[in-house]
Design a binder for this molecule. Structure first.
Ligand code: UT7
Length: 330
């Protein structure tokens, strides 16, 4: 028995925010953003109108339709996000209710940019253990409402966008499979990309000072994160290939987390792969964190980058640090 990706899809809000729109909000330029990141535009929700579980449900419906599965036939939901609707409870249960599922378990995981990679391994192991047969895995974020859209926050504000993507995973007798996954973390770097507040030591979680000094916004040491990303992603791909007695030539398409086009270029360069083997759509959506992999996977498939039977690797690196890769026979 293998684990088959029987459905996939994504949803992004309609509201497109270009680099020129950001130029009007704070001190940045279209040229800087394109040169340093490759991003041309991203989607931001209209605040107070929608939340991350709504984006999730919209993406889930597309994946369910493709898999031809009704929500009441799902038996597990795994929701990966760093921007859940509320801090209590997790978002999986809200998705479970909004989709009209039975009282199935709903798990929230929070591995930030690596959330979908971690979730895919978890779903695969649940299916192969025989515990669950039809799993909905979602990666979704609303980043826009959590960014500091002023001069002080400009380094991060230009990078992120809102969106959601979903997979349906089922047990399968055909050749489709999540063949293997390798996951890593190294928590000594957790402050290189983090948000200090809300904080469990602060009474009420958020202090007035946290708001005044900007601790409610994410902070990143961009160069350190960049350096680790371009090292760890090629390394985990090579680790996965070696463990499965494969070479990079056996892989039809690598689908990396979309953090920065320069990072994607470096991954291709370090693996000595042409750019058409390493997918990028960051110019359209920016970094949607837990959602980049299913969004990129769906668009790559729609563009004919891979077909039934091909080998694909999904790979990510992000806050934690966490990183990892999945080897997929589609
Ligand atoms: O998904 C999670 C993982 N995240 C990542 O992998 C992101 C990794 N890091 C990066 O992608 C890059 O480090 C950034 C895109 C964040 C930054 O690019 P960089 O080439 O490392 O730039 P930098 O931070 O070294 O900044 C260069 C200059 C600075 O000015 P000075 O000190 O040289 O005068 C910044 O103040 O660019 C300035 N700058 C900006 N200028 C215009 C920083 N942000 C902006 C901005 N617009 N938005």
């Amino acid at each position: 028995m293998g684990t088959k990706i029987s459905g996939f899809g994504f949803y992004v809000p309609e509201n497109t925010v270009t680099n020129f729109d950001l130029e009007k909000k704070f001190d940045t330029s279209n040229e800087w953003i394109i040169e340093r990141t490759g991003i041309q535009e991203r989607r931001f929700i209209t605040p107070n109108e929608t939340n991350t579980s709504d984006l999730s449900v919209n993406a889930a419906k597309k994946a369910l339709e493709m898999a031809n599965i009704a929500p009441e036939n799902l038996d597990l939901i795994i929701s990966a996000t760093l921007s859940a609707d509320h801090s209590i409870p997790g978002m999986g249960v809200i998705i479970q209710d909004k989709l009209g599922c039975k009282d199935i378990p709903a798990i929230d995981i929070r591995q930030q940019c690596s959330g979908f990679i971690y979730g895919l391994d978890l779903a695969d192991l649940y299916i192969k253990s025989g515990r669950y047969k039809k799993i909905l895995l979602i990666g979704a974020e609303i980043q826009s409402t959590g960014l500091n859209l002023t001069d002080e926050g400009r380094d991060l504000a230009v990078l992120f966008g809102d969106g959601a993507g979903a997979f349906i995973l089922e047990n399968s007798k055909d050749t489709s499979d999540i063949i293997d996954s390798i996951l890593h973390s190294d928590g000594k770097y957790y402050k290189e990309l983090w948000k200090e507040s809300p904080n469990s030591t602060h009474k009420g979680r958020v202090l007035v000072e946290d708001i005044q000094n900007g601790n409610i916004y994410p902070k990143m040491n961009g160069r350190t994160v960049f350096k680790h990303a371009v090292t760890k992603m090629p390394a985990v791909i090579l680790e996965l290939l070696k463990r499965n007695n494969l070479t990079k030539e056996d892989i039809t398409q690598i689908i990396p987390h979309q953090a920065n086009f320069r990072i994607t270029q470096m991954v291709a360069k370090r693996l000595r792969l042409p750019m058409d083997k390493v997918y990028s759509n960051i110019h359209k959506y920016g970094n949607t964190t837990a959602a980049t992999i299913p969004i990129a996977f769906t668009e790559a498939y729609n563009e004919g980058k891979f077909k039934k039977g091909d080998l694909i690797i999904t790979v990510s690196f992000g806050s934690g640090f966490t990183w990892g890769a999945n080897l997929i026979k589609f």
